[in-house]
Ligand binder design. Structure first.
Ligand SMILES: [Zn+2]
Length: 277
């Protein structure tokens, strides 16, 4: 396992997103200067006019591994009923795959659509959204696979997303061959929602392609309860790393924390030291 960086240190970008190509390259160089050997580019809505060729050259020159995180916030209700939202999601995922190819990466990760409300959603609407998402993903997974790229669906397997349990999420993922579609496990969010990490890791073990790492608590407000530096929340990382070794995971631990440069480096060192022992 290696520790990768997804989130920039607090205050690194001086303005609100979207950021241009120069700022993205600055982030990549920052990651290298902090000792990271792998970076995740994204979420793509935060960036505009990324120059893929140039990005690839910089990554190559710094000898940094890379993958692409499309992310994406797609309104499930609109996604089910309008062409517009469907096309928006389709374009973003498609662009993510193209960028992935341009920077010689082999993995792109995406989010499922989510409902804007936490109210009960009718079975009919839920099933329609899933069917449409299945159709979209089938097309994109084929496109990605023709370019030797895998897609990973992030583990949003609970409300307000279109899956309501680990089982439902895995049922959906299992509709695809495992060499084409895998899972990105986000341990901070899964922990915060109350899902057992042991259960999640085992449910995903044959499909696990990447892991978003951040500490979390069980407090209600996800904005303050997640994306914490390691040690600031309640997750037992020693146990978690052991669990990953037990299931034979050998991919990235991708830091997605809201923290200062110092906190990012400390989180990275904690993970690396734990891996060594
Ligand atoms: Zn995540």
């Amino acid at each position: 396992m290696i520790v990768a960086l997804h989130s920039a240190p607090k205050g690194f970008f001086k303005t609100d997103p979207p950021y241009g190509s120069d700022e993205l390259l600055k982030f990549v160089r920052k990651a290298a200067s902090l000792g990271f050997k792998a970076v995740q580019i994204g979420p793509l809505r935060n960036f505009v006019s990324i120059e893929g060729e140039r990005l690839r050259r910089v990554l190559d020159s710094l000898n940094i591994e890379r993958n692409v995180h499309v992310g994406g916030i797609y309104n499930a209700k609109k996604f089910a009923s309008t062409e517009e939202e469907y096309v928006t999601a389709q374009k973003q995922i498609h662009y993510g795959i193209t960028l992935c190819k341009e920077i010689s990466s082999t993995l792109v990760s995406i989010h499922p659509p989510l409902f804007a409300t936490r109210d009960k959603v009718s079975k009919k609407l839920l099933s329609k959204t899933r069917t449409r998402f299945l159709k979209l993903l089938k097309e994109e997974v084929d496109f990605a696979s023709r370019n030797h790229i895998k897609i990973a669906l992030e583990s949003f397997c609970y409300r307000p997303f279109i899956f309501e349990s680990l089982q439902e999420f895995m049922q959906f993922v299992s509709r695809f061959p495992s060499e084409k579609l895998g899972v990105l496990l986000d341990i901070g969010h899964v922990y915060h929602i109350g899902i057992d990490l042991y259960e999640a890791a085992h449910a995903f073990k044959y499909r696990l392609l990447d892991i978003h790492v951040h500490d979390a608590t069980l407090e209600k407000d996800f904005r303050t309860a997640t994306h914490l530096p390691i040690g600031k929340g309640a997750i037992n990382f020693l146990e978690f790393i052991n669990l990953l070794q037990e299931i034979g995971y050998d991919g990235w631990l991708t830091l997605e924390i809201r923290g200062s440069e110092r906190e990012i480096v400390k989180s990275k060192e904690y993970l690396e030291n734990t891996l060594k022992h």
